[in-house]
Design a protein around this ligand. Structure first.
Ligand SMILES: Cc1cc2nc3c(=O)[nH]c(=O)nc-3n(C[C@H](O)[C@H](O)[C@H](O)COP(=O)(O)OP(=O)(O)OC[C@H]3O[C@@H](n4cnc5c(N)ncnc54)[C@H](O)[C@@H]3O)c2cc1C
Length: 472
């Protein structure tokens, strides 16, 4: 026994939500589309979990951050799916897939068949056990990938107010969770094996700024070592963390953010895999033409990097690959290969940064690190290929986006550093206005054209929403 749909989205995260919106805009008929998710709630903006969700006061809670509110689009509540005839199969894990037969089997034994499948299974948090450390199932050890994890983290945090935490990992989960813990009056020691935080992206100079900022908030850093074991009390709770160098850190709780792994297991041996993900072409189509992959699980060619295959783990990529896939499915003749500029961001305390492009080649820092507005360009073969900016405004971010998108020519690295943001502004002026920017525009910009009344009401919403959004 089972159900059949024209389109099935496997996974109910960020990419699924944005794909659903795109399907509805392109006129999917009622009953044609189904989303299967092992989470118990409709797709939501996952980045909120390490930001607004962890605030001690007026925290963000569903339904306020269902997709696609993250780009000022419609907010897709369960009611929205119902009204649009989209079947949400929640709390249901798919345990096997057969791409030849075009079927999925759920944990309850139901067979769901499709004409076209979109794999949006995202990724899972890596567990300490995968690195030979036992005990991460203790009640005061937290990971953060989904809503259940976030609820658990909130509970543990509340029970540890005024206490100590050890955060394992110096990536964005570690950094964002540390900021949240400090805001919740918990003293944090961060432990990671690298020389500095955000090792895969930050330069030592950029990392120094953030680490000093964190230190000013009381955060202690232990770098160049890893966790080797836990010390538990008689109830099984972790009471100390033991590091490989023998250091013992007494603690009330532990947060682990040591990376993720794409959820590809259902398709291994059936679809081509690359870079730890499911390989797709520029239309997000896998090695089976009826199957597409989007978001964290997809490894796709980035045109801007000479079609190098990349698997990105960021929300903007999930949103855009999802929309592109639906366009490729619903309007194949009008949809060309995806031309995506990698973009990601983070917000911690009152800081906020964005990064575009690739961090390869020579680094040129600019701006005033003491004022909190600074950045860096990455220059490869005489061209800007990446840009990072902390503390910028919308116009600044749009301008550096253009410099990266255009691969602006750099004649003199010293001059680039001296000019800093002005380099991008001048370059953008010389080129004139351009379409295709990836910076997300507030919804009221395009809707204003529809009429003053609509514009006023949407601007009012955007104002209200802007206030809420800053809290994620
Ligand atoms: C706490 C947190 C904070 C983040 N903050 C930022 C940020 O500030 N900036 C940024 O750029 N990115 C951020 N990210 C990354 C961003 O959220 C992800 O890139 C994005 O969610 C990827 O979307 P996705 O749809 O591919 O995967 P997901 O959103 O992870 O969704 C995958 C879905 O598939 C479901 N699923 C998987 N396997 C099965 C199965 N077998 N059966 C049924 N369902 C299944 C999962 O339960 C989940 O619902 C953050 C991520 C986390 C966890």
């Amino acid at each position: 026994m089972g159900r059949a749909f024209a389109y099935v989205i496997l996974g109910g995260g960020v990419a699924a939500g944005y794909a659903a919106l795109e399907f509805s805009r392109r006129g999917v008929a009622a009953g044609e589309l189904c989303i299967i998710s092992d989470e118990s709630v409709a797709p939501y903006e996952r980045p909120a979990l390490s930001k607004g969700y962890l605030l001690p006061e007026a925290p963000a809670r569903l339904p306020f951050f269902h997709t696609c509110v993250g780009t000022n689009d419609e907010r897709l509540t369960p009611k929205w799916y119902k009204e649009h005839g989209i079947e949400l199969v929640l709390g249901t894990k798919v345990t096997s897939a057969d791409v030849r037969r075009k079927t999925l089997i759920t944990a309850t034994g139901e067979t769901i068949s499709y004409k076209i499948l979109i794999i949006a299974t995202g990724a899972r948090a890596l567990k300490l056990e995968e690195f030979g450390v036992k005990g991460s199932d203790a009640e005061n050890v937290c990971y953060l990938r989904n809503l259940d994890d976030a609820n658990r983290l909130v509970n543990v945090m509340q029970s540890c107010a005024g206490g100590n935490a050890v955060v394992i990992g110096g990536g964005y989960i570690g950094m964002e969770c540390t900021a949240a813990l400090v805001t919740n009056r918990i003293k944090v020691t961060m432990v990671f094996p690298e020389k500095h935080c955000m090792f895969r992206l930050f330069t030592p100079k950029i990392a120094e700024f953030y680490e000093n900022y964190y230190k000013s908030k009381g955060v202690n850093f232990i770098k160049g070592t890893v966790l080797s074991s836990f010390e538990n009390d008689s109830t099984g709770k972790v009471m100390a963390v033991i590091l490989r160098d023998g250091t013992r850190l007494p603690t009330d709780m532990v947060v682990v953010g040591i990376g993720i792994r794409a959820n590809t297991a259902l398709f291994e041996g059936q679809l081509t895999l690359e870079k730890g993900g499911i390989k797709v072409n520029g239309r997000m189509q896998t090695s089976n033409s009826s199957v597409y992959a989007v978001g964290d699980v997809a490894a796709f060619p980035v045109k801007l990097f000479d079609n190098d295959i990349r698997r990105l783990e960021h929300v903007d990529s999930a949103r855009k690959t999802a929309r592109h896939t639906v366009a490729a499915i619903m309007a194949p003749a009008k949809t060309t290969n995806l031309d995506y500029l990698p973009f990601f961001y983070s917000r911690v305390f009152s800081l906020s940064w964005q990064f575009y492009g690739d961090n390869v080649g020579e680094v040129v820092h600019f701006g005033d690190f003491s004022s909190g507005k600074f950045g860096s360009y990455w220059v490869d073969k005489g061209r800007v290929v990446g840009a990072f900016l902390e503390g910028g405004g919308r116009e600044d971010y749009e301008t550096i986006t253009k410099a990266v998108r255009n691969k602006a020519v750099v004649k003199d690295l010293g001059e680039l550093g001296r000019k800093g943001l002005d380099f991008a502004f001048l370059e953008s002026k010389e080129r004139g206005p351009e379409t295709g920017l990836i910076v997300e525009r507030p919804v009221y910009a395009w809707q204003a054209a529809a009429g003053v009344i609509v514009a006023v009401s949407i601007a009012a919403f955007a104002y209200w929403y802007g206030g809420r959004r800053r809290r994620w």
